[in-house]
Each structure stands twice: as structure tokens, then as C-alpha cells.
Design a protein around this ligand. Structure first.
Ligand SMILES: CSCC[C@H](NC=O)C(=O)N[C@@H](C)C(=O)N[C@@H](CO)C(=O)O
Length: 725
């Protein structure tokens, strides 16, 4: 059992010290030993076949494997697999069954449908999933819950929720499901919700009217007057109960998922994370509550105004709840930590001395003595087991990048990727040390395609950055790159967003490093000051002085790379998205003309005052160190718009109209400013994309525009000159 001592907000002490863990190798991107248990036909290219260039078409032709769910005996995994059709400009997700012991994969649902979030029943007799289907003329207007036996047959619809289903979990008895649906909290019963749905549909006006502080998220307006409630459906009768009906409880309005609640092992209680404040904002700190399923009685388990509590999960014995705690009242950049609550209401942060961020979901190990989760470490993401007695974090699977995992009956499956391969599924051999870890592949959906493509080398480098501190950079080389060749290579910075994220040895479906390197660029990804995965001090170091240290880190990397004999000083570029777009706009106002031949600014933040129109507007002030009405000069001094008179470099500006995180007015203002000053600029504006470009044809166009722009400015002349558009 974990040691859980009484916790107070003022004294943040854990019951012990986290033991130091072994460091992974850091010089080059290394892969664990891999064996193949998959028995798919792998039509690998013959040894003499010429490898093809990895471009946007090749990227979109790859299968996208999603998070696995394991059968209770651990023998099979069910996974969603999405394939896109560039011609038709759309994707289709179907479910596949994979043996964890070796064997052929089997399609469980047929392609053409969007079948997602599969979860195996605790008894192993059914797989539940969420889909929007048209079955024999009965068409879902919103996604619903479906059941299918793993040995095949027709999928059966189990809900007809007027406003659809977002996420779900099985009750241990396998007879009920708990799920999330957005409902009008003032109404009672499903019939009333259905009426409300009809009224919404029949509405002739279109205005969004609100007094809420949190009313839009990412790319959509939150439903007017509806909130996410937890429901239970009985599979035999189809009867649905809204567990929050008549209460003020609701789940997070920011895309509530299955990590926001958990069902106790005896099926009697559900713990959930909720925002206790009114009105809601994206920046509020969540509390934990528990509801008794039969009576519907709920009580707050844990609420501390200075802390944010999310992602609760019961131990197998039901005596403890592991959750993620973040001491935001102390500092807004505080890491997410592992915490445990016991039945007496005592709680403790267990990972306090571990300078890494714990990511949801959490999963108790089978002995209830450890908790499994993923966490970033220096540009990589590993799966850890955190021992709740010794407070030691042990890596079970080192990335690359571990994106998801599932554990049943001693079988541990990971969804993992690296800079050189997209997400794939493997069984982790838990015997021995992670250093010598052995992974057994259980599918090979992309192996045939990958074997025909040329990929370049990936290198991790460290150098002295701002403040004289070590900074990590990843270099992605073009396929066949030979540093000794006479021909010089162009250099391209690909600057990550956040700012508190990191780039590293991972696959990226939108900004694919390999696709960029395949176009001939040496791609540099600097994990500048402020990046996640290097400890809290590093992440927090840029607070109140955005732009400053990050620029120095990027510039020092450029200096270093330009010293390489292969680097072409006439073909140096910087590109970035989101906060990375902010960085290239910042560079345009701070770096002398001619240093970089061109920039690409995707969804870049340009003006932190106008950014108050975004969906996370309360977050900026914490990062910038002030609000614009308190200290306008300080906010302006951290905004590229404040340096517009110094802009000098040709820029491709890309933005999506559905981007509520960085509203498109940011990109348009930047583009207009460049144009007004006669600086070469081009605008690519998508009316139907959000912060990211998600549609195959738009993505292909994006890559085309991106490379065309760099080519047009690749040094054959005006380096150093201000270019007229
Ligand atoms: C994880 S760091 C903070 C995320 C931040 N939250 C609120 O605004 C954010 O969304 N920042 C964007 C400006 C951004 O840079 N987003 C990046 C990475 O999260 C992106 O690629 O979308």
C-alpha cells in the first residue's frame, strides 16, 4: 500500500525522497531491441529497389495506429487504425484485433466508418467503442456507444444520446458503461434533452450569446447552456441515467475524456475531477469528488484552492486513488506530480523530488505498489513505473516517444514512435532492465511502406545556450547526407510551440521532421529555454521575458551549425508553429537582415494584447508576468508587434480560420504589416482548419507552399537585402 500522509497546501512534503533513476543513453537516437511477433505480410522492397523520397503523399499514405485496449487475459489488443485517402481528401478509422502472442491481425470493424476509443469489457466478451454510423438507414446524428463481440458479428448501438457520447469506461460487472455527454443541466430526463436537441436544430438565428468566462475551446464554441455530465447506461435495458442531474457537478468543459473519471473496483463509486468555481475558466484548479452510483450522492474528496487535481484512478483494492496534482498556486509552471489519496482523506504528493512531469493517464500496477504513466525526459518520452513505497521512478519502456500503453494480466503493450517510424505497437518484456529492454512488435501496418522510403539520420546534440547553460538540439539529416561532400546543405530551424513542449526523437504527423529533411534540409530542432522535459527551473526560466533566452538559444545553434563545413550560409531558414511561429516573428524583429533568408510562421502569436481574444486568455498574463492593462509596456516588449519597424526578412504566413488558440487575426496582422512595409510575404489562409492542418489535401498544399517559399528565397541573391513584395 502506498504511504499517504496528510497533506497541506503550505507544507509540500512527501513521505520520502525519490531515488535517482538511471539515465538513458543520450548521444544518439537509440532503439531498443525489437523482435517481430506480428505475422502480417511485409512486402519489403528488395535490396536493390531504389528508395523513394518521403514526402507529403508518402506521409499521408501511412496508417495511423491509435491507443490500444487489452483483453482481460492480455492475449489480444484492439486498436483503432486510421487510413487517409488523398484523392477523396478524407480518412476512415476501423478497429483491428492483434494478438500479443503472435498471429495475424484481424479487422473487427470495417473501414469507411469512424470507429474510435475501443475498450475491451472486463469479461472479455465485448468491445465497446464510439462511432457515428448509418446502420440500415438508422443514421446517428451524434456519436454513440456501440458494442461488438471480439469474434465478429454486427455492432450493436447501445445509446441514442441526443447530444452524443464523448468518452466512456466499463463498470467491472461488464453490464454497464459510464460515459460523458453534454446536456442542459436545467432539464430532467432524456426526453427533455431530446426536445432541447430538436430546438437547437430548428433554430433559425445563429448568434452565440453567453455570460460565461469559458465559452470556446481550441476550434469550437462550447455548447450554449450545456455542460458535460457523467451518465450510466445499462446494457440489457438500454436505460440511461444522468448521474449529475439536479446537481451543480460537471466535468471539465475542455474536451472531457475518460481520464477525468474512474469507476471503483466494486462498481459502487465513481471518482471524478471537476471545477468547483463559478463561472468556469480554462485556468481554474480542479477538485476531486466521488459519487455513489446507486444513490447518486456525491461528496467532494479533495479541494485545495492552490492545487489542480486531475486524472484520478482507483487502486485494484479500491483503498487508494492515484491522481495528478499540480501546485499552481505556488507557480503557474509547476510540474504535474503523482499524488495519492487514501480512504481517510489523507493525501500526499509522491513525485515531489522527481523533476519530471507526470502525464495522464495513470494506471496502478497489478500489485498496487506502483503507478504507471508516461513522462517526458530531455526530448524523449518514456513509460515509467513509480514505486509508491520507495518513491523510485523506473523506466519500463524508453522512447523515442511512448504515446500510450495498456496493461492486463501481466501483458504490457505500448504505442511508441520515434523520428524514424510512426506510432507502432509492441509488447514490453518486463523482465530485466529498461536499458536492455526488449520490445516485441505485434503489428506491421506500415512496415512495407516504410521499407520503400528513404530516411535520414537523427542526432542529439548539446551546446552552450543562453545563460551559459546546456541546451539540447536535435538534427535531422537528409537521407544519404554526407558531411564530407563538397556541395553545401541548406539549414532549417523548426521551432517548437508551447513554449513548454519539446521536440525530439518522435514522429510528427503535421510537422514531419523526416519529410522536411527529405526535401534536402538539415533540420535543427532546438529545445530552447522554457521547453518541457528539462526540469522546472528550465521551463520557468523564460517567465516574464518571452523571446529573450529562446532567441539566444536558437541563434547560438545557428552560429554552431554555420561553423560546420557542410552548412550553406546563403540558405539558412527558420520556421515554426504557434509559439514557434511567435519565435520566427520575434526573430524578424530582432535578427539583422540576411542572417536568415526566409521564415515560415504557422499560426504564430504576434501581439500578446490582441491574443486576449484566444481561448486560454488568462494563461498569457501568468507567462508574461503581467496583464496588458497593468503593464502594457511589459506586454508589448514581449510581442513581435512591438518590433515591426525592424522586420526585414521574407515570410510565409500560414493560419487557419478555426484557430481559437491563436486567432487568425494574429497571422493576418503580421502578414499585413509585412506587406505594408514592402517586405516579401505570402499568406496561406485555410477557412476550414484550426491551429493544425488536419485535412490531407490542405496538408499537401501546406508542404508544397512551405518548400516553395524556402526555395524561392534560397540565397541566390539578395541575402541581407530587404525584399520588396
Ligand atoms: C504546453 S505549453 C502551453 C500550451 C499553451 N496553452 C495555452 O495557450 C498553448 O496552446 N500554446 C500555443 C501558443 C502553442 O504554442 N501550441 C503548440 C504546442 O502546444 C502547438 O503546437 O499547438
Amino acid at each position: 500500500m502506498p504511504t499517504a500522509t496528510k497533506k497541506t497546501a503550505s507544507r509540500n512534503t512527501a513521505p520520502g525522497k525519490a531515488a535517482p533513476r538511471k539515465r538513458p543513453a543520450t548521444k544518439t537516437a537509440t532503439a531498443p531491441a525489437v523482435t517481430a511477433r506480428a505475422k502480417q505480410s511485409s512486402k519489403a522492397a528488395g535490396p536493390k529497389a531504389a528508395l523513394k523520397t518521403f514526402d507529403a503523399d508518402a506521409l499521408w499514405a501511412l496508417a495511423r495506429v491509435g491507443a490500444p485496449s487489452l483483453s482481460p487475459d492480455g492475449a489480444q489488443a484492439v486498436v483503432p487504425v486510421t487510413r487517409f485517402d488523398m484523392e477523396k481528401n478524407r480518412g476512415a478509422t476501423s478497429l483491428w484485433l492483434l494478438s500479443t502472442l503472435g498471429g495475424d491481425p484481424r479487422p473487427l470493424t470495417s473501414a469507411g466508418e469512424k470507429d474510435g476509443q475501443p475498450r475491451w469489457s472486463p469479461q472479455g466478451d465485448l468491445v465497446a467503442f464510439i462511432a457515428r454510423r448509418d446502420q440500415e438507414g438508422d443514421k446517428d446524428e451524434a456519436p454513440q456507444l456501440y458494442l461488438i463481440p471480439p469474434d465478429g458479428g454486427e455492432a450493436r448501438r447501445v445509446t441514442r444520446m441526443p447530444f452524443g457520447v464523448e468518452a466512456f469506461k466499463w463498470f467491472p460487472d461488464g453490464k454497464r458503461l459510464a460515459f460523458v455527454s453534454w446536456v442542459d443541466p436545467a432539464l430532467r430526463g432524456q426526453a427533455a434533452q431530446a426536445e432541447r436537441r430538436k430546438a437547437e436544430k430548428d433554430r433559425k438565428d445563429s448568434a452565440y450569446v453567453t455570460e460565461e468566462g469559458f465559452y470556446r475551446f481550441w476550434d469550437h464554441a462550447l455548447p450554449m447552456g450545456r455542460v458535460p455530465h457523467l451518465h450510466v447506461v445499462d446494457l440489457d435495458s438500454g436505460k440511461v441515467r444522468d448521474l449529475f442531474e439536479g446537481t451543480d457537478y460537471e466535468l471539465s468543459r475542455a474536451e472531457p475524456d475518460a481520464d477525468s473519471f474512474d469507476i471503483s473496483p466494486d462498481g459502487r463509486r465513481i471518482v471524478f475531477s471537476f471545477d468547483p468555481n463559478t463561472p468556469k475558466t480554462l485556468e481554474h484548479r480542479n477538485a476531486l469528488a466521488e459519487i455513489e452510483v446507486r444513490s447518486g450522492r456525491a461528496q467532494v474528496l479533495l479541494r485545495e484552492p492552490a492545487w489542480d487535481f486531475v486524472a484520478p484512478v482507483y487502486s485494484h483494492a479500491g483503498q487508494h486513488i492515484a491522481f495528478i496534482a499540480c501546485h499552481q498556486g505556488l507557480k503557474h509552471t509547476m510540474p504535474q506530480q503523482l499524488a495519492v489519496l487514501d480512504t481517510h482523506g489523507h493525501w500526499a504528493v509522491l513525485s515531489e523530488d522527481w523533476d519530471q512531469e507526470v502525464a495522464a493517464p495513470l494506471r496502478w500496477d497489478e500489485d498496487d505498489l506502483g503507478v504507471l504513466f508516461c513522462a517526458e525526459e530531455r526530448g524523449r518520452r518514456h513509460l515509467y513505473r513509480f514505486d509508491v513505497k520507495t518513491l523510485h521512478a523506473f523506466p519500463l519502456c524508453e522512447g523515442g516517444h511512448v504515446g500510450a500503453f495498456a496493461l492486463e494480466a501481466g501483458t504490457l503493450v505500448v504505442l511508441h514512435d520515434s523520428a524514424s517510424f510512426p506510432p507502432r505497437l509492441s509488447v514490453v518484456d518486463r523482465e530485466g532492465d529498461a536499458q536492455d529492454q526488449v520490445l516485441h512488435r505485434i503489428e506491421s501496418f506500415n512496415d512495407a511502406a516504410l521499407s520503400t522510403l528513404a530516411f535520414g539520420a537523427v542526432e542529439e546534440r548539446w551546446y552552450e545556450g543562453a545563460l551559459g547553460e546546456p541546451v539540447q538540439m536535435w538534427l535531422y539529416y537528409p537521407p544519404g547526407f554526407d558531411p564530407k561532400k563538397k556541395a553545401k546543405a541548406p539549414l532549417m530551424h523548426l521551432i517548437h510551440g508551447g513554449p513548454h513542449t519539446a521536440m525530439g526523437d518522435s514522429w510528427h504527423w503535421r510537422w514531419n521532421h523526416q519529410a522536411m529533411a527529405s526535401a534536402g534540409y538539415v533540420v535543427a530542432c532546438v529545445n530552447y529555454h522554457g521547453s518541457s522535459s528539462f526540469g522546472n527551473r528550465f521551463a520557468d526560466s523564460i517567465t516574464g521575458r518571452w523571446g529573450e533566452l529562446e532567441l539566444e538559444d536558437v541563434e547560438r545553434a545557428t552560429d554552431l551549425l554555420l561553423q560546420q563545413p557542410w552548412a550553406d550560409p546563403k540558405r539558412v531558414f527558420a520556421t515554426g508553429g504557434s509559439y514557434g511561429g511567435y519565435m520566427v516573428a520575434w526573430m524578424n524583429g530582432h535578427v539583422p537582415a540576411g542572417r536568415y533568408q526566409a521564415y515560415v510562421c504557422h499560426a504564430g502569436c504576434y501581439d500578446w494584447t490582441a491574443m486576449f481574444a484566444n481561448d486560454a486568455y488568462l494563461w498569457h498574463a501568468k507567462e508574461l508576468g503581467t496583464a496588458y492593462w497593468k503593464d502594457p509596456a511589459k506586454v508589448a516588449s514581449q510581442s513581435p508587434i512591438g518590433y515591426a519597424q525592424h522586420f526585414n526578412t521574407p515570410t510565409l504566413v500560414i493560419h487557419g480560420q478555426l484557430d481559437y488558440r491563436v486567432p487568425d487575426a494574429q497571422g493576418l496582422a503580421y502578414y499585413n504589416t509585412l506587406k505594408a512595409q514592402g517586405i516579401a510575404a505570402r499568406l496561406v489562409w485555410f477557412p476550414d482548419e484550426n491551429h493544425w492542418v488536419m485535412k490531407p489535401r490542405n496538408s499537401k498544399l501546406w508542404y508544397g507552399e512551405f518548400f516553395d517559399w524556402l526555395k524561392r528565397h534560397d540565397g541566390a541573391g539578395a541575402g541581407g537585402k530587404r525584399r520588396r513584395g
